[in-house]
Unconditional design. Sequence first.
Length: 282
Amino acid sequence: MAVTLTIANEKGGVGKTTTAVNLAAGLALRLAHLNGPAGRVLLIDMDPQGHALLSLAFGAHTASPPDSLAALLTEMPPPSIPRLLRRSQHHPNLYTIPTNRAAMVEAARVLPTLMANESRLQRALAPALNQFSYIIIDTPPTTGDLLVNALFACQFVLIPVETSYLGVSGLIELQRTIESIRVHYHPGMEIFGYLPTLCEEARSETQEILSELQKRYPGKLLPPIHKSTDLAYAHSSHMDVFTYRPPRSRTPEQITSSSRATQEYAYLVEAVLNRTWPQAAH
């Protein structure tokens, strides 16, 4: 059964999409040598903006409403996932489901009126859980039924945290949302960890904020992701950073290059594999 991991933070601009894209791509690279479901990764983009799909499936990132993610959330029964799947532009074992911005905005509007509205994504994904080893879910930067569905559907939540005082203070509302879902609906959901993002070592408060995060979340703080032009240029080139800055010779065990961004996201990939791989390997 696939391991489902949602990237969430109710604040925008904290690196959610960058993390979803590069975690999904890194997992696909690490598992590319495996046949069948064990080597397959699926990225779901619950943000109506669809920015994650621009990096991984540019040119095939949109579809008509009946053939898009919105149909999975609003139609009953939902359409068959294999019919909707598209291969990533850069990784043959990484799959996406196309989006439709207007349809996703409409889905967010109508979801509160539908039966079992908080579990629509979970129910739609259930038949496909044995087709992938990992399902990575990106989320919108707002509270609402799209975020709730993404949390309801996952086993683990990864929380990117901008290394600023505002970024840290913004976690309170997200933690309330997660705890409410865990208590009332989904007791098995776990916080995988907190990922400091957009780190700038030259800023005097960065180390102070990292120390504060370590105190707040002992054992849950992941190594930071530093602010990087490689990450910005990769996204603007419609690529993940591993594709944008590849090593001279790539193997499943060697996906990094001299780029610091590839090394830091590869560490996150290894952390996910180390904790979840026996389950993902079926």
